[in-house]
Ligand binder design. Structure first.
Ligand SMILES: [Zn+2]
Length: 258
């Protein structure tokens, strides 16, 4: 490995011994990686105010003798997503963005589209005022990330019989693949979803990123989709994702930010 300059989102960090930090980033060209920050707990000048969750940074990385571990030499702030720290509801809604990139991606497997999607979602959450807007942004992130990582749901035809599901009324969403039509419903263990939600999920799967930033679901559907999408992601990640349950609980009770 040679020294690299990359852009990355800070996912999480922890202390290592007396003075060092271990920091997890999701980067544009190297995917998820771990970097050690020598003296990071003490060197307040060099990294002052930089190493915070959800910060988008330019990173100067040097190789170490361990092939999977980098050393962070310097960093510059590109985007602080400051609005997230101004209200706990926004910060809680943003938690799953970082947790999923940490839990559901492989180390050193670049996914530039996933980083773009995460940055778009954080920018939206940082200015969102209503819990509904936050739930929509998070539901859109969860839906689109499935596509970017190759787990997209089949939303136009019934998985079992192959018939188009448009205009058939309520359908069931089977988390390991897509929709089941009313005719194939009885044998299926899957969540019942409204046609409006199917339409919203299909848009979240297919719109380009600029249009995705403006997409909203019909009233309350983003919040309705969250537990279903959370369950799908638990299966994909093979891991419990506590930040998703927490975000849903907070957003389903929260009031708008004045
Ligand atoms: Zn069917």
């Amino acid at each position: 490995m040679t020294p690299r300059v990359v852009q990355g989102l800070l996912l999480k960090q922890r202390n290592l011994g007396e003075s060092d930090l271990l920091v997890e980033f999701f980067t544009d060209t190297l995917g998820r990686l771990t970097a050690i920050v020598k003296g990071g707990k003490r060197s307040r000048k060099r990294f002052f105010g930089l190493l915070l969750t959800a910060h988008h940074l330019q990173l100067h990385l040097a190789p170490t003798r361990w092939s999977e571990l980098w050393r962070l030499e310097a960093a510059e702030l590109l985007l602080p997503h400051l609005g997230l720290r101004r209200d706990f509801r926004r910060l809680m809604a943003a938690g799953p963005v970082m947790e999923l990139l940490y839990r559901a991606t492989a180390s050193h497997d670049p996914q530039p589209a996933a980083l773009g999607l995460a940055l778009l979602t954080l920018a939206r959450l940082a200015t969102a005022r209503s819990p509904r807007e936050m739930a929509d942004a998070l539901a859109i992130f969860l839906t689109r990330l499935q596509v970017e990582m190759g787990f997209g749901l089949q939303l136009s035809r019934c998985l079992q019989c192959g018939r188009p599901v448009a205009g058939q009324g309520p359908v069931r969403l089977w988390l390991q693949g897509g929709l089941l039509c009313p005719g194939c419903l009885p044998e299926a263990k899957a969540s019942l979803v409204s046609p409006g939600l199917v339409k919203g999920l299909a848009a979240a799967q297919s719109l380009d990123l600029r249009a995705l930033a403006r997409l909203g679901f019909a009233s309350g559907l983003g919040l309705e989709a969250l537990p279903i999408l959370a369950e799908a992601w638990r299966r994909i990640a093979g891991h419990d994702l506590p930040s998703l349950g927490l975000a849903w609980r907070i957003l389903s009770r929260a009031r708008a930010i004045p």
